[in-house]
Design a protein around this ligand. Structure first.
Ligand code: AMP
Ligand code: MN
Ligand code: MN
Ligand code: MN
Length: 290
């Protein structure tokens, strides 16, 4: 069955491998109706995506973003929907985050070198194409250099969060990320709240209910429930939690065209259309208050 909504997608402006135009074309071809482009720490692909979507009247693009935070032993990512990407204050913050990513990726390449895994920093930068650089670019350079077969092997062996070449990012708490988004007028949504088989480094951070309580107080509006490779049991449990906390149940494929085997594609996983209606309603409400 085709899923018509996918609220979690990446482009070449972060660690995805399709340009915004190609991604929009793929989604339109596959019959999707509502998508959100949610690059890491960047809104730079949004203008191109919105322009491309103009050619497909049946497809709506919600401007989005994904912010990453580290917590002890794990990481928490926060999505923002209906982001005001023209806000200079917000863009300054994103520039800082992206500068932190450069520094961190360079340190990871150095650590790999110390271990005898020699990937070229110039090549990693080239692969990032000037967008928000991330571990997938390091992983891709390692595949090219023949150290590993698939990008995900780099995470399992080296740069997963407990790996020997991992480097932490700029300090930002999950509640800070929620507030950065809420201050922008965007709707903050907790991304992939629980462990995913296809991606490591996402063990549940302490007690999920405690985290949700804290983030709800900071302004969280939704959480991902329909995500990537979540099993029906995981989806049921998360849908229950979302309902308990009054959070809009969101989700999507988190598609990157990553080159990893079994990557969920757009149109294979996502929330129902009611989620889009609920998000629009919450967005209008928050705009009316501020
Ligand atoms: P970074 O933003 O630099 O911390 O890198 C995290 C990104 O790496 C995520 O957004 C995913 O795109 C990707 N990722 C995380 N874990 C894995 C994994 N086990 N295998 C492949 N890709 C992963
Ligand atoms: Mn990513
Ligand atoms: Mn994420
Ligand atoms: Mn993502």
């Amino acid at each position: 069955m085709l899923i018509e909504v996918d609220l979690h997608l990446h482009t070449t402006f972060s660690d995805g491998r399709l340009t915004p135009t190609k991604l929009v074309e793929l989604c339109a071809d596959r019959g999707l109706r509502v998508i959100s482009i949610s690059d890491h720490d960047s809104t730079e692909g949004l203008a191109e995506a919105l322009e491309a979507a103009g050619r497909f009247p049946q497809l709506t693009v919600i401007p989005g973003i994904e912010l990453s935070t580290d917590v002890p032993g794990s990481e928490i990512h926060v999505l923002g929907y209906f982001v005001d990407y023209e806000s200079p204050v917000f863009q300054n913050t994103l520039t800082r985050f992206r500068e932190g990513r450069q520094e961190r990726a360079r340190k990871m390449v150095e650590k790999l070198g110390d271990m005898g895994v020699n990937v070229s920093w110039e090549r990693v930068q080239e692969l990032s194409g000037g967008g928000a650089i991330g571990r997938p670019h390091v992983a891709q350079a390692m595949v090219e250099a023949g150290y590993i077969e698939f990008p995900r092997d780099a995470f399992d062996k080296y740069i997963g969060r407990n790996g020997p070449a991992y480097v932490e990012r700029v300090k930002l708490t999950p509640a800070d990320a929620v507030r950065v988004l809420a201050d922008n007028g965007a709707l903050p949504v907790m991304a992939h709240p629980t462990y995913s088989e296809s991606k490591s480094g996402r063990d549940e951070a302490g007690s999920l209910t405690d985290t949700l309580q804290e983030l709800k107080e900071a302004g969280l509006v939704g959480m991902e429930v329909y995500y990537g490779d979540y099993t029906p049991e995981q989806v049921d449990r998360l849908a229950g939690l979302a309902a308990d906390f009054g959070l809009v149940p969101c989700g999507g494929s988190d598609y990157h065209a990553s080159g990893n085997p079994d990557e969920p594609e757009p149109g294979t996983v996502g929330p129902p259309m009611e989620t889009v209606e609920a998000l629009k309603y919450r967005w209008k409400q928050s705009a009316a208050i501020s």
